[in-house]
Design a protein around this ligand. Structure first.
Ligand SMILES: *[C@@H]1O[C@H](CO)[C@@H](O)[C@H](O)[C@H]1NC(C)=O
Ligand SMILES: *[C@@H]1O[C@H](CO)[C@@H](O)[C@H](O)[C@H]1NC(C)=O
Ligand SMILES: [Zn+2]
Length: 477
């Protein structure tokens, strides 16, 4: 063979052997990598695209890992990673492709930890939420701090989600404890939804996610809710969510398993001198930050997840450079791989269970929690709701809790539980509810799991939920 033939032969071998190459995969190569992983691990993977494409018609591909791909199972929590929401912040995109490849490899090699994870968890990876931005950033040399950040309509996707923080803050001010699934209370959109945003909203409203992380670049920190300040202050105002302790633990799980996100001795990303007292150096605070304590933003995906669904999402800033050179990617994988796994295991903290009655599962039951660890019981004012199998997942840090399951038409049931350290499976706590009366038709109340509790008035009396939800969430055929 001539040397050219040899070269082609080996190129061919590499292509079919499906070895993963650390480089920047373009929008055509991205689905091919996922396809190779699926061919190698057909029993535990599934590839699908979100309901809408990007503005430039690039499909938004997801690869799912599970021992029952395509199906939700009760007691099996769902977790997702979303990369490349800002098109010029590209490390997450490559890390997720590498993660997909490695999960499959380690599964085949019988790695016990990976097999246990995949058998107990449903994992969804969306490597790129903004392929159009990636294309522009890449075509323009990947040099600019802003070019390619937005989608093809010049819209920042991480400002394009409905601002549910404004609703929850208003409810707080009025002392109304209606604290979850707030998309129903939305009366207007500040801006039209971009197709990428709408696709992701439909996704997160239709899959019962429990835990999530969105990947960015430009700093090195794990950022947790809320991203929006209560007063409107643009920066430096800690904006705690009801699950502040849990979110801190989730963020620290990533930061402390990362090579140096949590290192107190590393330099801050934006510090020019050794005196970094003026700029944020997140290593000195454990590699984590509350979003609004850094800077406030409206319309972010993170807070939307928490306030519209049962999912807890944090935001990962994966490095000082938004578009690292291809030669750095393998090293970045080494620096992040433990953290990527450690964070996914966190979907198994707290309690989970099934709410049922004599005849079967109760969907949309409300599960509320009071923290009874300290001397004064403290309600955590963020309830989760049960899914189609009556199943719920309540992430909690170690401690003692009183957990109550309720649904209109049933007597509520409370149980006390201790959440231990180092869980690899949530504590199982099931509830069997008794109807308040046999003739009571609970189904007529099923639509609003929270709205009629305690006879509390709803703040937005003329909720446009039906209109908005129809416009937002149904397919435009
Ligand atoms: C997939 O499942 C089939 C049937 O259970 C089994 O024979 C096969 O070895 C599995 N393949 C892999 C790659 O695990
Ligand atoms: C419950 O309270 C204890 C003690 O104050 C605290 O350590 C723990 O993080 C709290 N749990 C949550 C989920 O807030
Ligand atoms: Zn970003």
């Amino acid at each position: 063979m001539t040397s050219m033939c040899l070269y082609l032969f080996f190129t061919f071998l590499i292509a079919v052997s499906g070895e993963f190459v650390w480089k920047h995969h373009n929008n055509e190569e991205l689905p091919l990598v996922l396809e190779e992983v699926h061919e190698k691990c057909p029993n535990i993977t599934r590839i699908y695209a979100l309901t809408e494409t990007s503005v430039n018609n690039v499909p938004l591909y997801v690869i799912e890992f599970s021992d029952t791909p395509g199906f939700h199972q009760p007691y099996k929590p769902e977790v997702k990673y979303v990369g490349n929401i800002h098109g010029n912040e590209v490390l997450g995109r490559e890390l997720l492709l590498g993660l997909a490849y490695n999960l499959c490899e380690q599964y085949i090699k019988n790695d016990r930890r990976i097999r246990a994870l995949i058998h107990s968890t449903r994992i969804h990876l969306l490597p790129s939420m903004n392929p159009d931005g990636w294309q522009l950033a890449t075509a323009t040399g990947a040099k600019d701090y802003l070019i390619g950040r937005t989608n093809h309509h010049n819209v920042d996707l991480n400002r394009n989600f409905p601002d549910l923080d404004a609703i929850t803050f208003e409810l707080e001010r009025q002392g109304i404890n209606h604290n979850n699934h707030l998309l129903r209370d939305l009366t207007r959109l500040a801006a039209p939804l971009e197709p990428e945003t709408r696709a992701v909203m439909r996704w997160i409203m239709s899959v019962p996610f429990v835990l999530s992380a969105a990947m960015h670049g430009g700093d090195l920190v794990a950022n947790y809710p809320y991203d929006e300040s209560r007063s409107g202050a643009p920066a430096s105002e800690y904006s705690a969510s009801p699950d502040d302790d849990t979110f801190r633990e989730l963020a620290m799980a990533y930061a402390s398993a990362h090579a140096d996100m949590a290192s107190a001795t590393r330099k801050g990303c934006h510090t020019t001198s050794s005196d970094d007292s003026v700029a944020f150096n997140f290593g000195k605070q454990g590699g984590v930050t509350n979003g609004a304590a850094w800077y406030s933003l409206k319309g972010g995906m993170q807070d939307f997840n928490y306030l519209a669904t049962n999912a807890f999402e944090i935001t990962l800033e994966l490095g000082c450079e938004k578009y690292p050179a291809a030669s750095q990617l393998l090293n970045e994988w080494e620096r992040n791989k433990e953290a990527l796994l450690a964070f996914m295991w966190k979907v198994h903290i707290g309690v989970k269970g099934i709410v049922s009655d004599d005849s079967g599962f109760i969907q949309n039951a409300v599960v509320s929690v009071v923290n009874i660890t300290g001397p004064v019981p403290r309600p955590i004012r963020h309830d989760v709701t049960t899914g189609p199998y009556g199943d719920y997942y309540r992430l909690l840090t170690p401690g003692h809790y009183e957990v109550t399951a309720s649904h209109p038409g049933y007597f509520p049931v409370s149980r006390v539980v201790t959440v231990p350290h180092h869980q690899t499976s949530a504590h199982v706590l099931n509830f069997r509810l008794e109807p308040t009366s046999s003739w009571f038709d609970s189904s007529s109340f099923g639509v609003y799991p929270h709205g009629l509790r305690d006879g509390q008035p709803r703040i937005y009396k003329r909720s446009l939920f039906q209109h908005v939800a129809r416009a937002v969430l149904q397919r435009r055929d």
